[in-house]
Ligand binder design. Structure first.
Ligand code: FAD
Ligand code: DHB
Length: 399
């Protein structure tokens, strides 16, 4: 049976998440062919509720590839965000402190636009194509095996990119003895909701409430996105809507009584565990890893999607240079270059997470350290600037 996409290409990309899709577009602009294979149906990829904040660099990448029209029209630029603790509030003015803002634009919308553009261009992108093996990565002709509509197929390539998320098969093609894996599991999870009600605040609120973390975000002027810290193992079905709103209201409450939480019908509920993972190196032979396939951060700080896009911006440049000149300098530097940003973001996400969550196994000493950190941010402009710089993301090449 013939393959539904070319069986020979320059770059075989596994996964049509933000990393794989963005890479395919950046490569095309640089004259490099690719095939994208995705195990899930298109509809599933386009509706998975995940990240919501785009750094400036991610916004720029969407503009570069021509997938930014809806974001530029409907996305919500945010100049700052709020921290709440001990019944009071501190605003971090990113625009003033760093000269940049971030964009509220959901991952669902990012993937919809990247997919639509790829299909419009007639470029190879296949859904329900599950990669089962990545082979020969130590040779010049690595290959990817996949299953589609009950049949087995093969794509041979010059390079394979594993952009297949945290459970994909690509990472397993790197022998354990060649790499290191770092992991931190946090003792709490997030219960996330979507609700048909206008956001209660025009900016995001990250709160350390007495009983735990809460985050007020949004998807549009009429849709609220919010999260609360819950114990690991929580079943979303155990939380009824009123209990969620009551807990959010308690965690966001200000001592002067000036905050009111708007409530509305909850349309989606899910629980996400919090963990941090880094797998090094991000390359073995002709196999390169990008995004969640190589690293995961806890969501406090909104770095996951932005790291995935930063990886492929570096990788696209490196691969284009190598295909054009056979000069290996940039591809050889890819893993180290990407990992510097990954570790910066891992540290930032750890800082935000531990500062804002209540550790169920912690003691009063931990509590005071977290409050001392928040208080420093409240009184010190340099502390706020450091936070803002990490939140809006360092420019490519600055780290
Ligand atoms: P993914 O988006 O995971 O894409 C990988 C793709 O590979 C998937 O489409 C998958 O189906 C496909 N794939 C896997 N195996 C195979 C195979 N064998 N063959 C073919 N295809 C395969 N980040 C934030 O910043 N804020 C958040 O609030 C937030 N919430 C999150 C909630 C959840 C439940 C999860 C899982 C992640 C969340 N993240 C969040 C992180 C962010 O969504 C990810 O960092 C981002 O999706 C990474 O993009 P990626 O392209 O690397 O991986
Ligand atoms: C969202 C998620 C985050 O992890 C975050 O830090 C900010 C916003 C969101 O889904 O809107």
């Amino acid at each position: 049976m013939t393959s539904p996409v070319p069986d020979r290409t320059q770059v075989a990309i596994i996964g049509a998440g933000p990393a794989g899709l963005m890479l395919s577009h950046l490569l095309r602009l640089r004259g490099v062919e690719s095939v994208v294979l995705e195990s899930r149906p298109r509809e599933r990829v386009e509706t998975r509720q995940r990240a919501g904040i785009l750094e400036h660099g991610t916004v720029e990448a969407l503009r570069e590839v021509g997938a930014a029209a809806r974001m530029d029209e409907q996305g919500l630029p945010h100049d700052g965000f709020e921290l709440r603790f001990s019944g009071r509030s501190v605003r971090v003015d990113m625009q003033e402190l760093t000269g940049h803002h971030v964009m509220i634009w959901a991952q669902t919308e990012v993937t919809k636009d990247l997919i639509a553009l790829r299909l419009e261009q007639g470029e190879p992108l296949l859904f329900e194509a599950e990669v089962t093996a990545v082979e020969d990565v130590e040779t010049d002709t690595p290959l990817v095996r996949y299953r589609h509509e009950g049949a087995e197929h093969v794509v041979r390539a010059d390079v394979v990119v594993g952009a297949d998320g945290s459970y994909g098969p690509a990472r397993r093609a790197i022998p354990d003895r060649l790499g290191r894996r770092f992991e931190r599991v946090y003792p709490y999870s997030w219960l996330g909701i979507l609700a048909d009600v206008a956001p209660s605040s025009h900016e995001l609120i990250y709160a350390r409430g007495r009983t735990g973390f809460a985050l007020a975000s949004m998807r549009s002027p009429s849709v609220t996105r919010a999260y609360i810290q819950v114990p690991n193992g929580t079943d979303a079905a155990d939380w009824d809507d009123e209990a969620i709103w009551d807990e959010l209201a308690a965690r966001f409450a200000l001592d002067d009584g000036s905050f009111t939480l708007e409530r509305g019908p909850i349309t989606d509920k899910s629980v996400t565990p919090m963990r941090s993972v880094v797998s090094e190196p991000m390359r073995h032979g002709r196999l390169f890893l990008a995004g969640d396939a190589a690293h995961i951060v806890p969501p406090t700080g909104a770095k996951g999607l932005n790291l995935a896009v930063a990886d492929v911006r570096v990788l696209a440049e490196a691969l284009a240079e190598w295909f054009a000149t056979k000069d290996e300098t940039l591809i050889d530097a890819y893993s180290d270059t990407a990992l510097r940003r990954v570790w910066r973001a891992s540290h930032f996400s750890w800082t935000m997470t531990t500062m804002l969550h209540v550790d169920p196994d912690g003691d009063p000493f931990d509590e005071q350290l977290a409050l001392a950190h928040l208080h420093h941010i409240e009184v010190s402009e340099p502390a706020r600037r450091a936070l803002a710089e990490n939140y809006r993301g360092l420019a490519l090449g600055a780290i």
